[in-house]
Design a protein around this ligand. Structure first.
Ligand SMILES: [Mg+2]
Length: 398
């Protein structure tokens, strides 16, 4: 099947030359409204690296948003901070790139830390879009949806009663589906309880890789609940296992952690390891690789949806244009800012409206970064200039 969408590499080549001359980075820490727990760990504070790239008078924003504690990925805010400050920014600043494709090529040579490189790659796309006074979705070759369907994601709780109370607390009819986290020992009973309480609501489960090939019985039981998908049931490297599971259940299997590169996606497709892929900019390292994976999936009728770490507003806003891709078939995990954080750094904040989220039709990201908020939540800041120097000791807020 051929797709009537622009080739991702052509789009990146069309950006024209780019030469970044300076950058500022802030490490911010914003408390969550309540702890977020998945099968492998828990976070209470959102830590993120916000990056502003400069080319003359033009700027673009990016975010590096690995989860703290290395239980979702091996990368953490600390490892991303080091990679950006010591390796990637010194290599990129002052160098002339023929296009965003060229920049992507250098980043791929320099690092396998996709959670770090994503900040530079996405900020460069934003900068080019702002320089051209075009919204990002246009540069990405994607239409802008008038309303972006959005789903609610709920973490793990100690008891079923707490889980149901949390769903009641966060649910609004503007959400178009519910996803709950599961782990071994907390799975079928949770789904039963949610079905009992909320009826035939569009629902699915995310295991964050907690199960093994010995646990297929759990998914055979879950198969009777009419779920939209099983997200990442097995370890990220076990694509053969995922394919075995998919052959045993009717419910489509979705891969998240497993798909870090186009090569991963191709292998998963070849093995029949999934029917759905969750695309996260952070996990795949930027717009270009995301578009490449989305293209490969769409050609093979693998349905897509757009996930989140979750990121702060910059990373969340970047996810929104991807929802216009022809292969996207399910609501996004991007939720309003106040669902997760006591505050956010973008203006306007990400908000949920009847029918979904709204991506403003403005140049670049469509959202501005509120620098007073960045100042308020920054724990460290750095400035970088081309031609070396300026890396020294970070300015640390008191
Ligand atoms: Mg997931």
């Amino acid at each position: 099947m051929s797709l009537n969408v622009p080739q991702p590499d052509e789009l990146a080549r069309d950006s024209g030359p780019i030469k970044l001359d300076a950058a500022e980075m802030a490490r911010v820490s914003i408390p969550l409204v309540e702890p977020f727990r998945i099968s492998s760990g828990e976070v209470r504070v959102k830590e993120s690296l916000l990056l502003r790239l400069r080319e003359g008078d033009f700027t673009g924003w990016g975010e590096s948003s690995a989860m703290s504690g290395s239980f979702y990925s091996v990368e953490t805010p600390d490892s991303c901070q080091r990679e950006l400050a010591e390796v990637l920014l010194p290599a990129v600043l002052g160098r002339r790139f023929t296009s965003l494709l060229d920049l992507d090529g250098l980043l791929s040579e320099l690092t396998s830390n996709r959670f770090a490189r994503v900040a530079i790659e996405t900020a460069a796309w934003d900068l080019v879009a702002r320089r051209r006074s075009r919204p990002l979705h246009e540069l990405l070759g994607l239409p802008r949806l008038p309303r972006i369907p959005c789903g609610l994601a709920i973490g793990l709780y100690n008891t079923e009663a707490e889980l149901l109370a949390a769903i009641h607390r966060y649910w609004s009819n503007d959400y178009q589906r519910l996803k709950i986290k599961i782990k071994r020992g907390q799975d079928v009973s949770l789904v039963k309880a949610v079905r009992r309480e909320f009826g035939e609501i569009p629902l699915f489960v995310d295991a964050n890789a907690d199960y093994t090939r010995n646990d297929f019985r759990v998914f055979e039981q879950l198969d009777d609940f009419g779920l939209m998908m099983f997200e990442q049931p097995l370890a990220k490297g076990d694509l053969e296992g995922a394919a075995m599971l998919q052959r045993r259940v009717r419910t489509p299997t979705c891969l998240d952690e497993s798909i870090e590169t186009l090569a991963d996606a191709r292998r998963a497709i070849e093995l029949g390891a999934c029917k759905i892929v969750n695309i996260k900019l952070q996990r795949v390292g930027g717009f270009l690789e995301a578009l490449r994976i989305m293209q490969a999936c769409a050609v093979h009728q693998i349905a897509l949806w757009i996930g989140t770490m979750p990121e702060l507003g910059v990373g969340s806003a970047q996810a929104l244009p991807l929802t216009g891709h022809v292969g996207v078939a399910f609501p996004t995990d991007v939720e309003p800012s106040r669902r997760w954080y006591v505050d956010d750094v973008v203006d306007p904040e990400i908000q949920l409206h009847p029918g979904g989220l709204i991506l403003p039709d403005e140049p670049g990201l469509g959202f501005e970064v509120d620098e007073t908020k960045v100042d308020k939540f920054a724990v460290s800041r750095w400035q970088f200039k081309s031609g070396g120097g300026g890396f020294g000791t970070p300015q640390v807020n008191a």
